[in-house]
Design a protein around this ligand. Structure first.
Ligand code: KIV
Ligand code: ZN
Length: 505
């Protein structure tokens, strides 16, 4: 029992703080259910006080997740703690995670509080959180740059009033793994078994995973991490790296175990990428596109003779089956349903029917449908926010040299259809102009990205746009998917507008 390493996943909270990673409630629920399937012990489902949308997502996740503990973050403020406590009420296992900064620079400049006041606030926060649930975690924000003597003082105080887990974040990713290891050892010697010591390392110097491992070796029994290493700035320690280090180096780590089912790693990683639109870098350890690819002839030859010549783990270990079934237009509903569940999607009956119809439609346009096509289809077309505006038709003029690119569009809103046309400096410009005109907005396109989901000339195009629609300069993301890039562009732009409207509501 002593060496069970609790995996605390914060993809839905710190991960969502990655620029461009914001997710709607339906998307968060899909990820939470997959995290549970992966075997995550604690799911930090959000920061309830951040917005009513966050609180609602945590509450809906609390209703659906059965085995993992569901946790909400909160500052050490009564108002935050109250909302956090209410948002997790329906969870089978619930936790409040409250924090306050403890480093000299944060206390002096950000909080403008004396160290004594900070201790008082922390103690009160834990006591108040305990009125909502017994399982309370306390974090010393910027612990990596805090004074060790002060850390012991505040941790002793919160443990005395019932904090069960004390978290030591290297908030700015400043510490070397050996330094984090020493801090944890000193705190472990001081706290002993009075509370579980947790770590939360950021990746600013690329050391988050290495530091997390050093902390485990020095007494930490909970690790906070995210799928694909998503997170504020350079991200957090990557769950898949920690799990695979402990698995692959059993020779060193035989005394530790986690509840992670490593076969679910690949699906979880792909689900998070398809939903957030943030692809992992190709050379990302464990889950990058090239993590199991062998390019040079010498390596290929070696792997064919004996895979272990150049592979320390197998793609199959993480659930990456290169021979997995490819679906096509003759595939039936049953095969499709099995595939969806293998990919980590949990759809309601009507969503499943809609997904199957879209799949059949896609299968007419595309010979072979790969796993990533299905992931993209469900993430882009099925799990989505309310569609205020819906694209009905898009017609483009031929782009003859010297001609005028134009777009004619029909959009429905509240059951009513409107059609209009515009010319532009290019086809895309014409599309944006006519949508703006019909919907009576004036969007400013800040980013545009197009990727092909899989290979082949008939590959699906996935377009991501970042648009500002209002004076308050709030940027919203929109995603669009189609075998036709311009159609995907129009869908993405309308998707961004729908996101903006749902945010406003
Ligand atoms: O990085 C950090 O310090 C955090 C805390 C709120 C736990 O995310
Ligand atoms: Zn963090």
């Amino acid at each position: 029992m002593k060496n069970n390493i609790i995996i605390f996943d914060t993809t839905l909270r710190d991960g969502e703080q990655s620029p461009g990673a914001s997710m709607n409630t339906e998307e968060k629920i899909q990820i939470a259910l997959q995290l549970e399937k992966l075997g995550v012990d604690v799911i930090e489902a959000g920061f309830a006080a951040a917005s009513p949308g966050d609180a609602d997502a945590i509450s809906r996740i609390s209703e659906q997740v059965k085995n993992s503990t569901v946790c909400s973050l909160s500052r050490a403020l009564d108002s935050d703690i109250k909302i956090a406590g209410e948002s997790i009420q329906k969870a089978n296992r619930k936790r409040i995670h409250t924090f306050i900064a403890t480093s000299p620079i944060h206390m002096e400049y950000k909080l403008k509080m004396s160290p004594e006041k900070v201790i008082q606030k922390a103690v009160h926060a834990v006591q108040y959180a305990k009125t909502f649930c017994d399982d309370v975690e306390f974090s010393c924000e910027d612990a990596g740059r805090s004074d060790l003597v002060f850390l012991k003082e505040i941790l002793d105080a919160v443990v005395q009033v019932g904090a069960k887990t004390i978290n030591i974040p290297d908030t700015v990713g400043y510490r070397m793994p050996s330094e984090m290891g020493k801090i944890i050892k000193s705190l472990y010697d001081f706290i002993g078994d009075r509370a579980i010591i947790s770590v939360h390392n950021h990746n600013d110097l690329g050391l988050a995973t290495a530091s997390s491992i050093a902390c485990i070796q020095n007494g930490a029994r909970q690790v906070e991490c995210t799928i694909n290493g998503l997170g504020e700035r350079a991200g957090n320690a990557a769950l898949e790296e920690i799990a695979m280090i402990l698995h692959t180096r059993r020779d060193i780590f035989s005394e530790y175990y986690t509840n992670i089912n490593i076969k679910e790693i690949y699906s979880t990683s792909r689900l998070v990428s398809s939903i957030t639109g943030i692809e992992t870098q190709p050379n990302k350890a464990i889950v990058g596109k090239n993590a199991f690819a062998h390019e040079s002839g010498i390596h290929q030859d070696g792997v064919l003779k004996n895979a272990q010549t150049y592979e320390i783990m197998s793609a199959k270990d993480i659930g990456l089956d290169k021979n997995s079934i490819v679906l096509g237009k003759h595939s039936g509903r049953h095969a499709f349903k099995d595939k969806l569940s293998a990919l980590g999607f949990n759809l309601k009956d009507e969503e499943m029917n809609e997904a199957f119809n879209r799949f059949k439609f896609l299968a007419d346009a595309k010979k072979e449908i790969f796993d990533d096509d299905i992931r993209a289809l469900v993430a882009e077309e099925i799990i989505k926010i309310k569609e205020f505006y819906k694209l009905i038709t898009l017609q483009l003029s031929d782009c003859n040299p010297g001609g005028l690119p134009s777009a004619a569009v029909t959009i429905s809103y509240d059951g009513e259809q409107k059609t209009d046309a515009a010319i532009g400096n290019g086809t895309m410009d014409a599309i944006f102009k006519v949508i703006d005109r019909i919907c009576n907005v004036n969007g400013k396109l800040k980013e545009y990205k197009v990727d092909s989901v899989t290979q082949g000339k008939d590959a699906l195009a996935k377009v991501v746009v970042k648009v500002v629609f209002a004076e308050d300069k709030t940027a919203v993301m929109g995603h669009g998917l189609s075998v036709d890039t311009m159609l995907a562009t129009a869908k993405a732009y309308i998707g961004a507008l729908n996101s903006y409207l749902s945010m406003k509501k």
